[in-house]
Design a protein around this ligand. Structure first.
Ligand code: HEM
Ligand SMILES: [Cu+2]
Length: 573
């Protein structure tokens, strides 16, 4: 069997691309952007309906559009992009041919088919069951079948990724251990296998139920297993975007991780502890004991949170060290003031870290506490929280990576000059506003997934305070800003990839097996004393330390405020 060994080296980045792998990365990335566009158009309907003064859609259209928005964004956009990242982290970073490209294409087409089928079921109008599709709410069989086919496709992609690691090992394309970014991608792929297995365990019986072959699906059982899938898939996103943070710090600054061991250990914590944390979605469910809930969401979950805090500290820390070594060594924050704020990938990653940590992280720990959860359960606080994690955190990090990949992978210049940087700020600031104001409205009790906060014509009326209406107006305005930012991203990427100025680089060359394409160079270990003379207070990254203290104080303060608030919700007299 002839093995295709066509490789090219990107002269600007030195990265090595294998021809079939490159094609797969491109197609997965392009499909991702297509689904982001679809999800973004649907977001217009969602946002402009929840903005009560506009109240765009009729109830049935609203729930239909909301279902499709969640799925196209959180499943199809993010996972297509992640598959591109997996192939990049294996084939490109390890300078290795992709294992079984044919299988990878089969996986790709299954994902395409599944995504189309699932969208078809929602368009039909009888599958507006929301992203979570809680039984006994039922959808058309194509809803579940579409998701299952998509998941099988993604599983195949994970195995192609693992196979590529084996190829790299056998063909000795790297020495020592794999690079940290690849390690992060391995974490994501391992979690993905667990996630997809949980998805199969719940979605296959639900499909049979929707076909009339099974009579009954227990709703608590459904929720428990579904969240093994729903929550874990968020941890794939976190592992993937953290890998992108490390990649970004290396690309933009040449930064080295502060401690490879600590970072790898933190990735390991994700694998060990994230599944337990899915219990935080069941905090208001009957039938589970408080002991079970508190153990799983506090003691165990904090270990996964700890891992994110480690990454959130070491990525800026490594950037600080790299900047100080370049001479920006004055005071606490010169390294940050003189950071390349006009560089789109840097700006995206920086906002991603801040948004994910401050908005997503702190609110996540608050709402994951059993007692506090009841203040915000099923309110708009929940979408506020996860737009900080999956949009500011994951989506924005992927947007930043795109601007790096357009010249390197698609060999085109990023179109429209500085607009990419503006795009990052517009989207980042708009989405931060959406998250904050949805959380604000949720704190005041405004429900999520509800068509009409005025409850017009309902038997049981409820009046929200004027401040809740104001929150929704502000969320709506910020939503429009974020939508403009999202549209600019699609415009810039599509224009650059299909119409942009070509970057002339050498094409693919056949490389014989014996010749090889070279071995991934190990990052040279730091010489003793390499960091001498940088930093203050005996620390190499004192600025990051101060930022971490600011984070910790906000965390403690916010947590305390919510306990105080809880005590007023239910006065004991
Ligand atoms: C400009 C962009 C966006 C805007 C304005 C927006 C707005 C919203 C709003 C207001 C809701 C809550 C509706 C409600 O519960 O009543 C919502 C739900 C949701 N959004 Fe977004 N969103 C945007 C982008 C994204 C992205 C990029 C993702 C994922 C990566 C995402 C994932 C979701 C999910 C999963 C839901 C929940 C659906 C459900 O409850 O079943 N959104 N969005
Ligand atoms: Cu979760």
């Amino acid at each position: 069997m002839a093995i295709n060994r066509n490789f090219r080296t990107c002269p600007a980045s030195g990265l090595v691309f294998h021809e079939p792998a490159e094609k797969l990365m491109r197609w997965n990335a392009v499909l991702a952007v297509v689904f982001l566009l679809v999800g973004g158009i649907l977001a217009i309907g969602v946002m402009l309906t929840r903005w009560q003064a506009v109240h765009l859609l009729e109830p049935s259209a609203f729930y239909q559009v909301l279902t499709a928005h969640g799925l196209n964004m959180l499943v199809f956009w993010i996972i297509f992009f992640e598959i591109a990242v997996l192939y990049f982290a294996a084939s490109t970073l390890l300078r290795c041919r992709l294992a079984t490209p044919g299988m990878a294409w089969a996986g790709f087409w299954l994902m395409v088919l599944g995504a189309l089928m699932n969208n078809y079921s929602v368009i039909r109008g009888d599958s507006s069951v929301m992203f979570t599709s809680y039984a006994p709410m039922g959808a058309h069989p194509t809803f579940y079948l579409g998701l299952i086919l998509f998941a099988v496709g993604a599983l195949i992609a994970c195995f192609v990724f693992f196979g590529t690691l084996v190829v790299a090992k056998n063909e000795r394309t790297y020495v020592g251990s794999v690079p940290l970014v690849t390690f992060g991608a391995i974490t994501a792929a391992i979690i993905a296998v667990f996630t997809i297995a949980s998805g199969a365990i719940i979605l296959i019986p639900t499909l049979l139920w929707s076909l009339g072959l099974i009579e009954h699906i227990d709703s608590l059982m459904y929720r428990t297993i579904w969240w093994g899938f729903g929550h874990s898939s968020q941890q794939i996103n976190v592992a993937a975007h953290v890998a992108v943070w490390y990649a970004g710090a290396a690309i933009v600054f040449g930064a080295k991780p502060m401690s490879e061991k600590v970072s790898r250990g933190a990735f390991l914590l994700y694998i060990l502890f994230l599944q337990l944390a899915s219990a935080h979605h069941l905090l208001a469910d009957p039938g589970l004991t408080s002991n079970w809930k508190i153990f799983n969401t506090s003691y165990a979950m904090y270990l996964a949170v700890l891992a994110s805090m480690v990454h959130g500290l070491t990525v800026p820390g490594s950037i600080e060290v790299a900047q100080r070594l370049k001479g920006y060594n004055n005071g606490l924050f010169e390294w940050l003031r003189k950071a390349p704020w006009g560089n789109a990938p840097f700006a995206a990653i920086f906002i991603s870290i801040l948004g994910f940590g401050f908005l997503g992280g702190i609110s996540g720990v608050m709402m994951g506490t059993e007692q506090l959860n009841l203040i915000i359960h099923n309110t708009l606080y929940v979408p506020g929280h996860f737009h900080a994690t999956v949009v500011l955190g994951t989506t924005l990090a992927f947007m930043g990576l795109t601007y790096f990949l357009i010249p390197v992978l698609f060999r085109r210049k990023v179109a429209f000059g500085n607009l990419a940087t503006w795009q990052v700020y517009i989207f980042g600031i708009g989405m931060a506003g959406v998250s904050l104001f949805l959380m604000g409205a949720g704190t005041l009790g405004v429900p999520r997934r509800h068509w009409d906060m005025s409850f017009a014509g309902n038997a049981f009326a409820h009046e929200f305070p004027g401040s809740a209406w104001l929150m929704m107006t502000l969320a709506g305005i910020c939503g429009v800003i974020a939508l403009v930012g999202g549209a600019l991203y699609v415009l810039i990427t599509v224009w650059s990839v299909f119409l942009g100025e070509k970057v002339e680089t050498p094409g693919f060359k056949r490389v014989s097996a014996r010749e090889g394409v070279g071995v991934v160079p190990l990052p040279a270990p730091d010489q003793p004393g390499a960091h001498a003379g940088i930093g203050t207070w005996g620390m190499v990254a004192p600025g990051t330390f101060v930022l971490a203290l600011v984070f910790l104080s906000s965390f403690v303060l916010y947590y305390f405020v919510n306990w105080k608030y809880l005590s007023t919700v239910w006065p004991l007299k």
